[in-house]
Design a protein around this ligand. Structure first.
Ligand SMILES: *[C@@H]1O[C@H](CO)[C@@H](O)[C@H](O)[C@H]1NC(C)=O
Length: 202
């Protein structure tokens, strides 16, 4: 199984190639792309709604302890832990996924209707539905995967992009600030030096 990140990039590259062959100014093509995007969003929404129904029907009241992932911007905050039922946890996960559909739609509406770009709409035709079918809750409640191992609830938080790159935000933040500070000083020093020299020339 290739990871969703890898297949997302592969799909993006394929869609980019395909989009170069499509006349994005053609009215009819624009209509097809709009239709494809809307179908994708509606089916994504329906998949999540279906998963929600299954969660409610399963009504798993086993309680789990959920620790909110730390906000990387506020590493000194104590992490919040909650005790909730698996059912509530699952519903919350799906609601978060549904919410992220709407922010995607808002962004696409802005880019397409206001900025008049059709390309992003085309590029976003597959990812939402792919994301829904690959979602952990969909795997459990639609495809009947056992909720163990990787799918054991609460799910492990995916490492943040920044943390993944820097290896732990708490350690890297002061270090980055310290590294940035001395760089700023010579730059401003040379700037004032340069303006002084310009004044001399006058
Ligand atoms: C699904 O579960 C895996 C493993 O627990 C986790 O890394 C990933 O972030 C989860 N995905 C979602 C959308 O919650």
């Amino acid at each position: 199984m290739i990871s969703p990140q890898v297949s997302n990039i592969a799909i993006m590259l394929l869609m980019m190639q395909a989009s170069r062959r499509i006349d994005m100014e053609n009215e009819q093509n624009i209509m097809y792309i709009r239709a494809a995007y809307i179908i994708s969003i509606v089916s994504t929404y329906l998949v999540y709604q279906f998963v929600k129904r299954r969660i409610v029907a399963t009504n798993d009241t086993t309680t789990i302890t959920v620790t909110q992932p730390k906000n990387p911007m506020k590493p000194q905050e104590t992490p919040v832990t909650e005790v909730m039922s698996v059912r509530d946890y699952d519903l919350r996960e799906v609601d978060a996924a549904i919410k992220s559909i709407w922010s995607g739609v808002a962004m696409m509406a802005f880019m397409h209707l206001y900025m008049k770009y059709t390309n992003p709409l085309f590029m976003q035709c597959i990812n939402p539905i792919k994301g829904a079918l690959e979602h952990n809750e969909t795997k459990i409640h639609l495809f009947g995967h056992k909720a163990e191992g990787e799918l054991k609830r609460p799910f492990k938080a995916a490492p943040g992009l920044l943390e993944g790159l820097m290896g732990g935000a708490s350690a890297s933040q002061p270090a980055a600030a310290a590294a940035a500070a001395p760089v700023a000083e010579p730059a401003s020093a040379t700037a004032t030096g340069a303006s002084a020299r310009i004044e001399e020339l006058d």
